[in-house]
Design a protein. Sequence first.
Length: 220
Amino acid sequence: MSGARNRRLAWLREAAAQRILILDGSWGTVIQDYGLTAEDFRGKQFQGHAHDLTGNNDILTLTRPAIVRDITRAYLDAGADIVETNTFNSSAISQADYGLENYVSELNERAAAIAREACDAASTDARPRLVAGVLGPTNRTASMSPDVNDSAFRNITFDQLRETYREATLGLIRGGRPTRRCRFPPTSTIPAFARSISTPSPTSMSSRSRRWSKAASISC
């Protein structure tokens, strides 16, 4: 653990004991305000991609990173102590709808790096800024059947959920070692548990993995 990270964690514990910490707000509605076109989502990198990428806000990390930086900075300027990564749908399961499941590692790594860079620029010794790496719920659930005629049917397995969260988390760690923030609705307890046990250690993938077994453990 780096000295800078140690100092951020010490500040976090002290500040949280004294006041309510401020997390950033909605990303989706802010992105809508930009009035982006299909070409904006595609960027140069995905001009010839076979799928429509409109509405894939996470891909903006690669195609329009300036927008992601602007939103992050705006929340920091507004007083946020913690900002989230633009990775709510950056899992293989969610990105498969756009044919971009092979970009999951890159999406998470770049999003974490953008957020970390913005926080470093806004931080002071008296008030560091923290990053929350978001692991979204995906568009499937292992806790209920999508088929009303077959209550035992599932369109996703526990192991698939665990693997997709592991891949996403490794990307977040490489990009900036952010605080992990698992976002999920009340019905998604199984995906949440899959997230909690899939997260590897940032330094040793085996010896320290149990320290990373909580769904919102602090790492940045």
